[in-house]
Structure formats: structure tokens, C-alpha cells
Design a protein around this ligand. Structure first.
Ligand SMILES: C[S@@+](CC[C@H](N)C(=O)[O-])C[C@H]1O[C@@H](n2cnc3c(N)ncnc32)[C@H](O)[C@@H]1O
Length: 198
């Protein structure tokens, strides 16, 4: 953590083009709450021309990703150990090609719904930083949170849900590597929602 994390932490500056956090990348993608980082690392290895930023405040998860990186180095991966909101706030308009929000904390109790990452005002921030046509992937195994997220994305004028049939959200696409949380599938079968920034 002491040695590797500072080398991989993007020095976030308000308004900076996120490509400047990397060497030679054409596009930048962001994962919010990467847990132990299996999806983030798989995306980085599969897309060497893309810069991947992962935000995760959970120290043990960051440590797990760092140890995976010892065996599978990914020069196009950066880690922000903290709140994804810090990264999003600092990004300029239309600067991300993709975003992943996979199995975010569901906060199932009604009095905790306000803690959910997906909120109408947050969708405004996400719309601002995504490029036109960019994809946003959201997954959850909590049916209450899936309904909550769908309701908000569909009410937001900047996003369209791309599913054409039930298989599109019931089956994880091949280009969507599994996460550790998903492997545990605690609450039920996951839903995989893909939205496009209009
Ligand atoms: C249920 S876990 C899922 C982790 C991982 N995406 C997976 O599928 O294995 C949710 C993660 O989101 C992280 N998280 C919660 N709020 C966050 C925020 N504001 N910014 C970044 N990460 C956050 C938590 O620390 C936790 O590791």
C-alpha cells in the first residue's frame, strides 16, 4: 500500500482531462466501488488502449487489487482510494467513454434509501461527465435497488435503457467480467442494466 498505491493514484485536478492521468490512452472509463477489483483489472487487461480509473474507499479491497497487480501489471489502471464523487466532481464535461456501477451497496431500508449512490441529482453529474453515446453499466442483485435505479434512469432525459428483450438484462454480456460480490449472489439473480448517454 505504501509503495504501490501512490504510484497508481491519479493526482486529481479539477477540470483536468482524465487522459492526462495515463500514458497514451485514447479513452477513459470509470468504475465506482470496485470492491476487490476483479472487474476493473479484467477490463484494463482486455482494453490496453483505454485508461481505467477505479474508485473504492475500502482499504482491504484496494490492497487485494494491488496484490493482483503484482502478478498481472496493468499500466492503464489508476486507483483512487476514496469516494467516486471526488473523481466525478473534478472531471470535465464529456470526458468518459464508459462507467461501471456494479453491485453498489443496496441500502434496503426505506430510511436509508437516501444513501444509495443512484439519485436523480447524481444522474445529472454522471450525464455531465459521460460523452454522448457513452455506456453506463449498472448491476444489482437487490430487486428493490434495480427498480429504484430503472425508475430514475428512465425518468432522466439524458439516458436511455438499451435492453430490447429480457435476456438483455438477465444475462451478463460476454464483455462484462464477473465481480466477487456477484459470485456470492446473496439476494437473488442479478440484473444487468446498460444505459446509453444521449
Ligand atoms: C457491495 S460492494 C460491491 C463491490 C464490487 N463492485 C463487486 O461487485 O464485487 C459495494 C462497494 O462500493 C463501495 N462504495 C460505496 N460507496 C462508494 C462511493 N461513494 N464511491 C466509491 N465506492 C463506494 C463500497 O466500499 C463497496 O466496496
Amino acid at each position: 500500500m505504501d509503495k504501490r498505491l501512490p504510484e497508481l493514484a491519479p493526482r486529481i485536478r479539477a477540470g483536468a482531462d482524465p487522459r492526462s492521468y495515463f500514458r497514451n490512452v485514447g479513452d477513459v472509463w470509470l468504475e465506482v466501488g470496485f470492491g476487490a477489483g476483479e472487474h476493473l483489472l479484467a477490463q484494463a487487461l482486455a482494453n490496453p488502449g483505454v485508461g481505467l480509473i477505479g474508485a473504492e474507499p475500502y482499504e482491504a479491497g484496494v490492497a487485494k487489487l494491488l496484490s493482483k497487480l503484482e502478478k498481472a501489471p496493468a499500466p492503464n489502471l489508476r486507483i483512487h482510494m476514496g469516494d467516486a464523487r471526488d473523481v466525478i466532481e473534478a472531471l470535465p464535461d464529456s470526458s468518459l467513454g464508459k462507467m461501471f456501477i456494479l453491485f453498489p451497496d443496496p441500502w434496503p431500508k426505506t430510511r436509508h434509501h437516501k444513501r444509495r449512490f443512484i439519485q436523480m441529482d447524481m444522474l445529472g453529474h454522471l450525464a455531465r461527465v459521460l460523452k454522448p453515446g457513452a455506456e453506463l453499466r449498472f448491476a444489482s442483485d437487490d430487486t428493490g435497488y434495480v427498480a429504484w435505479a430503472l425508475e430514475r434512469f428512465m425518468a432522466h432525459p439524458a439516458f436511455v435503457w438499451t435492453a430490447a428483450c429480457a435476456a438483455d438484462w438477465r444475462k451478463r454480456p460476454a464483455s462484462w467480467p464477473p465481480t466477487r460480490y456477484e459470485a456470492k449472489a446473496l439476494h437473488g439473480p442479478p440484473a444487468y442494466l446498460s444505459f446509453r448517454r444521449l
